[in-house]
Structures are given as C-alpha cells and as structure tokens.
Design a protein around this ligand. Structure first.
Ligand code: UDP
Ligand code: ZN
Ligand code: ZN
Length: 320
C-alpha cells in the first residue's frame, strides 16, 4: 500500500491491493452483528478497524523514485457500527438516544485522532444503499484518518479564507444567513439548520450547518450534540419519506483539518441523495466526472418544497 501523487490534479490516490478482498454482500453472515469475531457483545455503538484498510499507522517506508511522488499510506480506516440491530434501514430508525451515541462516537474519534501527529484530516462519511455500492447492509458509517488534506477540502478552505480576508466574515455563516431568509430551509432546531443550498448539485442535495461558528465536532456542547442527533434523524427521515422508499445517498462530515489554523472555517455536513425520482437515479457521468460540473435537472426551490412536505410528515412520526 502507498499514496501516489497525481501532479496533474495536485491530488493523492490511496493505492492498496487489500481492498479487492472485501466481502460483497455476504448472505448469511454479518461481521458487524453482536457476537461476531470482530464485535463481541455488550456494546451500543462501535468503532472497528476496517479489515481491509487502505491506510495504516505502520505503513511501509518507501524508496525514493524518479519523477513521480509517492508517500507512505499512513493513517487509519475505521468502520462505525451505529447499532447492534442488523435490520434497521437508516439513521432515522435509531432512537434519539442511540443517534446521540453515534454523534458522541464521532466526537470521541475526532478528539483522539486530533492528537495524532500523522493525521491531517478526518473524513467521516456514510454510504447508504445498494445503488451506491454498499457492501454490508448492517447500519454503519466509515472514518478515514488521512495524512493529507483532500483536494475538495483544500478548495473549500481556500474559498473560505479568501472570503474572510475580503469581507471579514465566515463564508459559511453568511451562506446560512442567506439561506435562513429564503425558501430552501427544510428544518431547524436550536443549534442546526437543514437546507437545500442555492447551488445544489444533486436534485435533493441537503446540507446541515451548525448555527454557532465551530470548526470541529469536539466543540459541540451537550445540547448541540443532541440537536445534531435530532437533525440527522430528521434529514435521513425526510429523504426516505420523499419517494416512500429508502433513499440511497452519500453523507460527508466536513471538519477543519488538524494541522494549521482555520478560524475562518465552519463545520458542515452534506448529503448527496442519488435519486431524482422514485425509480430514477441521477448518475454522475460525463460532465460530472469529466469536468466536475453538474447540471441541475429541475428547479431547486420546487424540490426543496417537496422535501419540506416530506419533512413535515416525518417529523410527526419521529416525535410521536
Ligand atoms: N469490512 C470490515 N470487516 C469485515 C468486512 C468488511 O471492516 O469483516 C469493511 C470493508 O472493508 C468496507 C466496509 O467494511 O470498507 C463496508 O463499507 P461499505 O459497505 O460502506 O462500503 P465500501 O467501503 O465497501 O465501499
Ligand atoms: Zn449485522
Ligand atoms: Zn461560520
């Protein structure tokens, strides 16, 4: 395993042969259920080392080579098992209490990795649904402790830094202020807002911003932690009720990197739901993969309205 640098994009690629061996949707066995070799008993949430990790804290040292740049694949890939219950579909099916335990695990893992000098960035994400290629159905998220800052995050940091320099305000705080005036807010509680951004790429893309200007999950107090658990349940519940079927999606938590100072940055969460209709997938294809540019097939405000209706329905059920 190693990191290879693409000088054309200025981006690292994590290379590893072990990834090929991971099981694909095993029928009568689940490595994340209680009592398996890896999990044991007596837990409510679990952070497990990924068995097929592309990164490792004892990744081999590398020989210097010619033109191309390589680096040690130092870091960690973990699986976040969100419940002992195998058959739940999504986070909205967890109790508020259980979801709060998941958020606390995200916080604890972040706190611990922040102390590790090898780790530059922690990516916490969740792949949901067969359509996105989830290999195990037991509810789980993942965590990558990376030795570099991902390209997309570097772009976000650079725009936020520039905006701060020019206007003396946080770009994310400003976006939130603008969104709160408008018609794309889906839901809010005391500490967080769920909205479809002005510039959504995916037909039902939604973001979650904390109202308070913080950079890391570790800065959230107890009340904000519960509020994040609440809005995560509402967000996933809304997506699942939209077409009366489970919504496949990718969710990413964006925190500030660990090395350096990022007072201008703002914690946020993004959901990229795959469906554009009940049985139609929006594929990232030519223009999306080739140019990293999206066409939005529809009118964001109309789709936000549908999400709001779905949310109203779900909110009652979640709090019944
Ligand atoms: N995995 C594991 N232990 C196992 C079987 C699988 O840690 O016994 C890991 C596997 O490497 C994979 C993850 O569990 O990364 C399941 O992740 P998911 O289905 O979300 O997506 P993938 O990473 O496979 O694309
Ligand atoms: Zn299971
Ligand atoms: Zn801010």
């Amino acid at each position: 395993r190693e990191l290879r640098y693409n000088p054309i994009l200025g981006q690292w690629v994590m290379v590893s042969a072990v990834r090929k061996n991971r099981p694909w949707r095993p029928k009568n066995f689940c490595p994340f259920c209680p009592g398996s070799e890896e999990t044991g008993y007596g837990w409510e949430v679990l952070l497990l080392p990924n068995r097929f990790s592309v990164l490792s804290f004892d990744a081999p040292k590398l020989e210097k080579e010619g033109f191309y740049k390589k680096a040690r694949a130092i870091g960690q890939c973990s699986v976040i098992v969100e419940t002992p219950e195998h058959d739940l579909n999504d986070l909205d099916e967890l109790s508020l209490e259980q979801m709060t335990k998941v958020v606390n695990l995200w916080k604890e893992a972040t706190r611990e990795l922040k102390e590790n000098p090898h780790v530059s960035y922690v990516a916490i994400f969740r792949n949901k649904g067969e359509e996105i290629g989830v290999s195990l159905t037991h509810p789980h998220g993942q965590l990558y402790a990376l030795p570099f800052i991902p390209l997309k995050v570097r772009i976000k940091l650079s725009n936020a830094r520039e905006h701060y320099k020019r206007h003396g305000e946080c770009l994310f705080c400003r976006v939130l202020e603008e969104e709160l005036k408008g018609e794309r807010v889906i839901y809010e509680n005391e500490s967080f807002v769920l909205f479809m951004p002005f510039f959504a790429n995916w037909p039902y893309e939604v973001h979650i911003y904390p109202k308070r200007h913080v950079q890391w999950l570790t800065q959230l107090n107890e009340e904000e932690t519960t509020d994040l658990a609440d809005i995560m349940r509402v967000a996933t519940g809304t997506l699942n009720s939209l077409f009366d079927r489970q919504m496949p999606y990718v969710m990413n938590i964006y925190q500030a990197p660990f090395k350096g100072s990022y007072p201008f940055y703002h914690l946020h969460i993004e959901f990229y739901p795959l469906l554009r209709d009940r049985d139609k997938i929006k594929y990232a294809a030519g223009i999306e993969m080739g140019a990293w540019e999206f066409t939005y097939d529809g009118i964001p405000e109309e789709n936000a309205k549908k999400l709001k209706e779905a949310c109203r329905k779900v909110f009652k059920e979640l709090n019944a």
